[in-house]
Design a protein around this ligand. Structure first.
Ligand code: SF4
Ligand code: SF4
Length: 90
């Protein structure tokens, strides 16, 4: 079986969604497990809001603008992103 997949073209401009802060309506947020992540950056490619960032300690999410859509968690092939309810710690 062919393991290739079609990745979308990465955005060439800043996402317009980042002009509007999310506020308090988000019900889930992504949490990264760094030991599972191989920094393939698929989540960064797919995030419609352009809020996944790369720092010295790995990836992080700008939660001021993350909409909690869960696309990053769905696309991660290594299960390194879990969507948790906002009411939970983590
Ligand atoms: S898609 Fe998953 S493995 Fe790839 S960089 Fe994102 S969290 Fe890491
Ligand atoms: S939950 Fe959605 S908006 Fe938030 S980082 Fe993941 S893909 Fe981006």
């Amino acid at each position: 079986m062919n393991e290739r997949f079609e990745a979308p073209v990465a955005p060439h401009v800043k996402s317009p969604h980042r002009q509007a802060a999310t506020g308090s309506w988000r019900t889930f947020r992504p949490v990264f497990e760094g030991d599972k992540c191989n920094l393939c950056l698929l989540c960064w490619v797919y995030c419609p809001d352009g809020v996944i960032k790369r720092g010295v300690d790995g990836l992080w999410v700008d939660l001021d603008y993350c909409k909690g859509c869960g696309i990053c968690a769905k696309e991660c092939k290594r299960g390194a992103i879990t969507m948790v309810e906002e009411s939970q710690n983590g």
